[in-house]
Design a protein around this ligand. Structure first.
Ligand SMILES: [Zn+2]
Length: 198
């Protein structure tokens, strides 16, 4: 069997780090790229390298070009005094795609999971509480995925917030153990409409 050049092996290995890309697929991609012009290869390489300079919004934790993401920079959305708490950036994007929610977000970065050592401190829940109080948020929508850990996270959230803040959790339509990321915009719209006082 032929020994492939180290450069090809290295490129294949690099691509297999991506989710859903196995060795076969990576090899096909690399074979295709061997026909590219050097300028094309350089531009893909530098686009990927630029990811290391990606900023996070200081308010919500979403990816941003500047200190604030386009949602937090939008005063109309700030004025709604409604905050939607999500687990990650993919969930935020899924809700945005539904076009239903007009307030601002907060990315938790996960859910409480004592077995994995994720407690309120790891999720900076005290920072979130202070932000809610400081920004006079009136309504919180917990768009946390349904799971035992998600339930515990919502209960904890509710327990640390002042009683004057209305806390709701997105309703049915989201399957138990499901993830917002994989739902269609219509289901997300329904889940937001069917939210319940938590
Ligand atoms: Zn933001």
């Amino acid at each position: 069997m032929i020994q492939l050049p180290e450069v090809i092996k290295g490129a294949v290995e690099a691509l297999t780090r991506l989710p859903g890309v196995g060795e076969k697929t990576a090899f096909r991609m690399v074979m295709n790229m061997t026909n590219w012009k050097s300028s094309e290869l350089t531009s893909v390489g530098s686009a990927l390298a630029s990811l290391q300079h990606l900023k996070l919004c200081q308010e919500c934790g979403m990816f941003a070009d500047d200190n604030l993401c386009s949602i937090c920079a939008n005063e109309t959305r700030q004025h709604t005094q409604t905050l939607c708490v999500v687990e990650n950036a993919s969930d935020l994007m899924a809700i945005e795609k539904s076009g239903t929610f007009k307030g601002v977000y907060h990315i938790l970065g996960g859910v409480l999971n004592p077995l994995l050592g994720v407690g309120p401190d790891e999720l900076k829940m005290d920072v979130l509480r202070d932000k809610i109080i400081k920004n006079q948020i009136q309504e919180i929508i917990l768009a946390v995925n349904p799971s035992v850990e998600g339930d515990a996270t919502c209960s904890y959230m509710k327990s640390i917030l002042p009683e004057t803040v209305q806390v709701e959790r997105i309703g049915f339509g989201v399957p138990i153990g499901g993830s917002l990321e994989y739902l269609d915009p219509m289901t997300i719209t329904k889940a937001l409409e069917n939210r319940k006082r938590f």
